[in-house]
Design a protein around this ligand. Structure first.
Ligand code: NAI
Ligand code: MG
Length: 482
């Protein structure tokens, strides 16, 4: 396997950072080293922010007309699609995710550029009646230099969703991919260059969280910070940004429930309960990691879920199994640490609970699809994000109890409600504390257009959809006395 040597993109140039330190990038499916990336320093981050500032304030970028910005973003979408298969394979190599999920991620990335490309010339203010002789109007201006800290679970998709929105609104970008998964961000950077973006409009700094990430989050000259990742790191990022009064958008994961009633469309419910916890081996912010099922249908429903989860294939991402590897030994240990608590917390394993051995890929870390029943709803495993293919089952007797259980975590990202009773579904949707509710589906096919984000510790601010443009614009009011 040839090891790719990665560089930063700063001011339109692929450059060696000043730091001598390097990071090995692994293929999670096999453990092999596939790339060598710089561990950038604070100084490298500073160079990138300086380039982004210069591009925002002067040169050609501020002169690009909104519809031309849109055309450039559409060109990026087109080029992502032209390279769909190679990008998907690269994402799979870098993250370990099953190839078909890699392909879906690339398509989603293209759609973000398409969606925000279409929106670029539709971002505008309004006029406000004050009194005769006064003309009052608002301008929706870009915020300036936007910073993006990207996680390792959906590297290309998450980079695309926030960068496309920021660029559509006329901002410049400094992106720091996760240290484990920088490969597709580099390809995206090349595509963006070829699509004609002016130098300095998009900058990519590779490096670790506690150095490069921290330097970006605390930089005095950024105007917005978008972060996706864990609650502890989100807290640090928010504190760092607070020092400079920089607004943040935080997407911090969840412990999302599927709530299943006896009158649910059962086949669909089974399918999505399973899909929503095994997608990307459970390493998904919106994973459906809790099953809340009505006592009257619990036994039969859980049996169906168990049957499905018992027949899943596990293997290297390239072979497109149902479940690929866990990102790293460290993440796998984290899952195991949660599993050690299960029995003391009243839980019993209906399935899995341990690592899976994959013969053809002994260097990867794999985890068996896991179902736990009987957990104390107050326990750690019942309330915390495990980030593995681990489903916890709880039962309820009535709507009241279902809502109480659904809200019994500090998170609030997504909820699935499965019932044919529309009144019940809407009542519950209104009472559940989560940013996205799905009734008789889970995810609605990805939802580029739907605002996405959390209640409580799942974060705040909304990504996706037109709503995300609010993150990347600021409103100016101008009043003229005629
Ligand atoms: P993390 O939150 O530490 O890492 C996410 C990103 O933040 C990476 O780009 C990292 O380099 C950066 N980062 C780390 N420390 C930083 C700092 N001090 N300042 C600025 N940026 C920093 O997540 P980690 O450690 O990779 O995973 C731990 C857990 O976090 C997972 O098991 C999962 O529960 C959760 N997580 C949730 C994600 C989501 O989709 N919401 C994505 C990734 C992780
Ligand atoms: Mg971390």
């Amino acid at each position: 396997m040839n090891v790719r040597i990665l560089k930063n993109l700063v001011n339109g140039v692929w450059s060696e950072p000043s730091a001598a330190e390097r990071m090995d990038i692994h293929n999670p499916s096999t453990g092999e080293v596939i790339a060598d990336a710089p561990a950038s320093s604070e100084e490298d981050v500073n160079l990138a922010v300086t380039a982004a500032r210069r591009a925002f304030e002067s040169g050609d970028w501020p002169l690009v007309k909104p519809h031309e910005r849109g055309q450039m973003l559409l060109r990026v979408a087109e080029m992502i699609r032209e390279n769909k298969e190679s990008l998907a394979r690269l994402e799979t190599l870098d993250t370990g995710k099953p190839l078909s999920q890699g392909r879906a991620d690339v398509e989603a990335a293209a759609r973000y550029f398409e969606f925000y490309g279409g929106a670029a010339d539709k971002i505008h203010g309004e006029t406000i009646p004050i009194e005769p002789g006064v003309l009052d109007y608002t301008l929706r201006e870009p915020v300036g230099v936007t910073a993006h800290i990207i996680p390792w679970n959906y590297p290309l998709q998450v980079a695309s969703r926030s960068c496309a929105a920021a660029l559509a609104a006329g901002n410049t970008v400094v992106m720091k991919p996760a240290e484990q998964t920088p490969l597709t961000a580099i390809e995206l950077g090349m595509i963006i260059q070829q699509a004609g973006f002016v130098e300095g409009v998009v900058n990519i700094v590779l490096g670790e969280g506690h150095t490069a990430g921290a330097a970006l989050a605390s930089h005095y000259d950024i105007n917005h910070m978008t972060f996706t990742g864990s609650v502890p790191t989100g807290t640090k990022v928010m504190k760092a940004a607070a020092e400079n009064i920089v607004p943040v958008t935080l997407e911090l994961g969840g412990k999302s429930p599927n709530i299943v009633f006896p009158d649910a469309p059962m086949d669909d419910a089974v399918e999505w309960v399973v899909k929503s916890i095994i997608q990307n081996a459970g390493q998904t912010c919106s994973a459906g990691s809790r099953l809340l099922v009505h006592a009257d249908c619990k036994a039969s429903f859980v049996e169906k879920v168990l049957d499905r989860m018992n027949h899943l294939s596990i293997g290297p991402g390239e072979s497109d199994p149902d479940i690929g590897p866990i990102l790293s030994e460290q993440q796998c240990r984290r899952i195991e640490d949660f599993m050690k608590k299960v029995e003391a917390d009243g839980g019993k394993f209906l399935l899995g609970g341990t690592r899976a051995q994959v013969e053809e890929a002994p260097g990867g870390c794999y985890f068996k699809p896991t179902i736990i029943d009987g957990l104390n709803p107050e326990s750690t495993v019942a309330r915390e994000e495990v980030f593995g293919p681990v489903l916890s089952v709880f039962s309820f007797e009535d709507d009241e109890e279902a809502v109480k259980l659904a809200n019994n975590t500090d998170y609030g990202l997504v909820t699935g409600i499965w019932t044919k009773d529309v009144s019940r579904a809407h009542k519950i949707a209104g009472r559940v504390k989560a940013g996205q509710i799905f009734i008789n589906n889970y995810g609605a096919g990805g939802g580029i257009q739907m605002p996405f984000g959390g209640y409580r510790k799942s974060g705040f601010g909304r990504e996706k959809g037109l709503e995300a443009l609010r993150n990347y614009t600021q409103l100016k009011n101008i009043a003229l006395k005629m």
